[in-house]
Every structure is written in C-alpha cells, then in structure tokens.
Write a protein that binds this ligand. Structure first.
Ligand code: UN1
Length: 503
C-alpha cells in the first residue's frame, strides 16, 4: 500500500481537488505515494494562514528561532538514512548522492542556527549631534516557495531554513513527482518545534499554483516568491512578481560550460566531466552542458572521456552507480525530444538513443522497466545548434573545440545562461582570466561544474536567474529588508541636510 499524502495548512490536512501518483522511476509500475493536489484557492488560503502565523513567529527572538533551526538539523541528521532512501525510491537519485543531499540540509541548518544570534544591524553616525542612526533586518513576511524535484529536499532547505530563521512564514509547493520526500522533510521540520501555520506545504499542479500565487499576491499575503525550476517558468513567475513590485528569488536552468586548456590534467578533467555531465543523470541545474576543449587536446580528451562514459555504471540507484533513471516520465519524454536535436554534422561518440532494455548489451541490471538512458557524448556541437544553446536536463554532453582562451570564454557565454562554469588548467593566469570573463555566478577551477557547497552564494545570471543568491549569509538579503531608524534626543527638530553640525 503506497503512502497517501495531502497538503498541510496551519497544521491541518487541507482539501484536495484531484490526485496524482508519484512513481518510482526505477520501477515505473510502483507508486511511491498517492498525492492529493490542492486548487488555487487552497494555495491562496494557505498564504493567508501563513500571514497570520507570521506575526507571532516574527516576535520570537531570533536566537530562539535559531534553536528551532538547530533542532531541525539534528532531527534531519537522525533520520538521514530514511529520508535519503525515500529520495532514492521516489526520484531515482543514487543513494550515496541522496545521502549527500540530506547532508546539505544539515549543513544549511548548521550555518543558519548561528545566524539567529548574529542577525546584525548597524549603528551609523549621524550628521547631527544628539541623534543616533540604526539599521535593522526585518522579516519580509510570507515566502511562497516553489521548488523542483531533482533536489527535492536540499534545495528547498536553502529557502526554508533562512526564511524561517529570519522570522518569515512559508508556503512551500514542492514538485508533485517528489511529493513524498518533501512531505517527509516537512514533517521533520515541524516536529522540531515550528508553530502551526509557520511552515505550510501545498501540493498542486503548475497551473493551480500559478493562479494561487496570483491570488495571494493580489491579496497582499505573499511578500517574497522563491522559485527553482526552468528558465521558461521562471520568466513567468518573474513577470507575475514584478507586476506586484516584488523581486523574486529565481534559481533557473543552466548550460554550464567546462573549458579544458592544453595544460590541463586530462584525467582529472575527464573525471569532472563524467561526474557533472552524467551524475544525477545530468539533471542538476549545475550539470555540465558543453565541454569546450583546446584543439590540441581535443582528440586525447574525447577518447578518454568516451572510454570513461562507456565504463560508467548506470542502473539501480540503490547500488553504487554513477546515475540512476531520469526523474519522472515527463522528463524522460522531454529528454527523448532533446535527442532529436542531434544534428547530422555532430558525431555521436557513445550510444545515442540507447534506452537500456534487456536486449541491450549494457543490460547488466534487471530494471528494464525504469526510465534509464545511456549517457550520450556529442562531438562537434557549434554555436547556433540547439544542443549547444539550450539546457537539456538529461545525460547528454556536447563537445566543441577552441584555439584561444578568449574564444573559449566567448563560446562559454554564448548560450546566455550564467549559473555554473569550470576551467581545467595548471596556470593561475588562465583561471583568473576565465573568472573575469565568464558570466556565471559560480566558477570552478580544476573541479566540476556541480557540487556547490552549502555556504557559498549559489545562483546565476542571464537565463539562469535574476541575480538573486541563495545560501550563506547572502541569502539573508532575500528574506529580510533593511529598516533604517533615527532617534533624535536633542529635544529640538534637527533637519537633515539643513542643520548639519558646524566645526
Ligand atoms: C540544483 O540542481 O538545483 O551544486 C542545485 C550542486 C548542488 C545543487 C544543485 N549542490 O550541484
């Protein structure tokens, strides 16, 4: 019997308008959870409930809120294996990676629990005597957070933990196909001592969520929208939030480049390309899109890369594999469409379109009913090819070559995303020139494009986002607003600019 889960608003089960089955992508005949989906009105009502609860939550001293965050971290840690196993079952993420993902929630809690005692404001000198100036961080109010299912627990925690710590209430809408993982995480969060209504979870489809968000923004019950997902949906959310004079936190797609210089350690580069290209079946927003390799080492790199890809284990995510299945049927369908972007002038260096079946020579696992796909390396991608320009969110990596670093940087920036990037070189000059020229929010040197740590600013530019950053202290600016205060104790009206003290 699969789990039955529904939205929880104000600590109570909310009504569902329809149901959705969350499927195990490694064994598509298996239902992981039957999920009740709410409609737009329920979403908007959740935001109203959150608004009520937020007033009291904001009054809880920040160090005390920090202690709740500490408890969340400990509870997640104590339940790490169970939560990771559920993530593996529901989205097919290899267990080791899933455990790492749960670890990322704990890291996030560890960072922010201290922030409760450090939510600093400033004292600022005044231009007049007997007058004091201060700044305070104030909570924004209610955050509506809509997240993807490829990181069903870690990425949501990047929003939830700082938002709650800063005194906000949250309405969280996770991806339906990762609903059971989200629900389990929600339960751990509230069990740590969050009052009812401070954190609410609403399951809904895209259309109802968008309409619910619209209603809530119109009613003034949402002050911050957070969204992780595709650039296309991010644009719509950005437009909607903009109409309400809000600046959302948008964490969108990527076409992340890896530049390989002639002086690079090629084996290290191969390892990095394998992990970021095909780990998580290429379904991270930081996954490698295109390898831009110097012409003098192109053939040597390609030969080693293809060998490594062919040797990689793809299969049952409960085992020690590089990648499991794709997340969900919707993504598998889309991925098959991306495979049609392979142009006649491309050279497909590993088995393309090779869905793993029992007849397949690589059928060393017995899960042919899963959404498994061979990794594909496509050599000779060029500017203008869809495969060069657009995110694929699947196990396909393009390769192209260059002759000068300036040319490589231009190629790397061309698709117009700007999330993650990497360069392999042994010359510091190349690394710094690359950092200066690349439009990405994140740059790795001699490391892959994926695997950002939980306390560095995470986020992108261009089609990857609106410049907002998550993680670390930088995210505090998303979930608080600066309030300036002046206190005049001179006993007279001192006018700024007009009554400036004379020497
Ligand atoms: C994402 O895919 O949305 O840097 C986030 C990484 C992970 C997060 C990816 N820590 O690859």
């Amino acid at each position: 019997m699969s789990r039955q889960i529904v939205s929880i608003v104000g600590g109570k089960d909310a009504e569902s308008a329809s149901t959705y089955d969350s499927i195990n992508p490694a064994r598509t005949g298996e239902i992981v959870a039957r999920v009740g989906l709410a409609d737009a009105e329920t979403f908007a009502a959740a935001c109203r409930t959150a608004k009520e609860a937020q007033r009291e939550w904001a009054k809880v001293p920040a160090p005390v809120r920090g202690r709740v965050i500490a408890s969340i971290g400990r509870l997640v840690e104590a339940n790490a294996e169970r939560l990771a196993a559920l993530v593996t079952e529901e989205i097919g993420k290899p267990y080791g990676e899933a455990l790492g993902e749960v670890r990322e929630i704990v890291d996030t809690c560890d960072f922010f629990l201290g922030e409760g005692r450090r939510l600093y404001g400033q004292t600022v000198p005044s231009e007049m005597p007997d007058k004091n100036l201060f700044t305070f961080r104030t909570p924004v109010g209610v955050a509506a957070v809509v997240t993807a299912g490829n990181f069903p627990v870690a990425v949501p925690s990047w929003y939830l933990v700082p938002a709650l710590l800063c005194g906000n209430a949250v309405v969280w809408k996770p991806a339906e196909y990762a609903a059971a993982s989200a629900h389990a995480m929600y339960r751990l969060f509230v069990a740590a001592g969050l009052p009812d209504g401070v954190l609410n979870i609403v399951f809904a489809d895209g259309a109802e969520t968008f309409r619910g968000l619209e209603l809530a923004l119109e009613a003034g019950s949402v002050q911050k929208v957070g969204f992780t997902g595709s650039s296309a949906v991010g644009r719509k959310i950005g437009e909607l939030a903009g109409r309400h004079l809000q600046s959302p936190c948008l964490e969108l797609g990527g076409k992340n480049p890896m530049v390989i210089m002639p002086d690079a350690d090629l084996d290290l580069a191969v390892e990095g390309a394998l992990f970021s290209g095909f780990g998580t079946a290429g379904q991270r927003c930081t996954s490698l899109g295109t390898v831009i390799v110097h012409e003098s080492v192109h053939d040597a790199f390609l030969e080693r890369f293809v060998r490594a890809v062919d040797a990689a284990r793809i299969g049952d995510p409960r085992e020690d594999v590089l990648a499991g299945p794709l997340l969900d049927q919707k993504f598998a369908d889309r991925y098959e469409e991306y495979l049609t972007w392979i142009e006649p002038h491309h050279r497909v260096a590993t088995a393309a379109k090779g869905r793993i079946t029992k007849d397949n020579p690589r059928g060393d696992f017995d899960g042919a009913d899963g959404l498994y796909y061979h990794p594909v390396v496509v050599d000779g991608v060029r500017p203008g090819d869809r495969l060069f320009m657009e995110e694929t969110f699947g196990p396909i990596v393009g390769v192209t070559s260059f002759s000068t670093l300036d040319e490589a940087i231009e190629l790397a920036n061309l698709p117009g995303y700007g999330l993650s990037s990497s360069i392999y070189t042994t010359d510091a000059k190349n690394a710094f020139r690359f950092r200066e020229g690349i439009s990405a929010g994140m740059v790795s040197v001699n490391n892959s494009t994926s695997g950002a740590e939980a306390h560095l600013p995470f986020g992108g530019n261009g089609k990857s986002g609106n410049g907002s950053r998550q993680s670390g202290m930088w995210v505090l600016d998303q979930f608080t607003r600066w309030q300036a205060m002046n206190w005049d104790h001179s006993g007279r009206l001192q006018k700024a600019q007009m009554d400036v003290a004379e020497i």
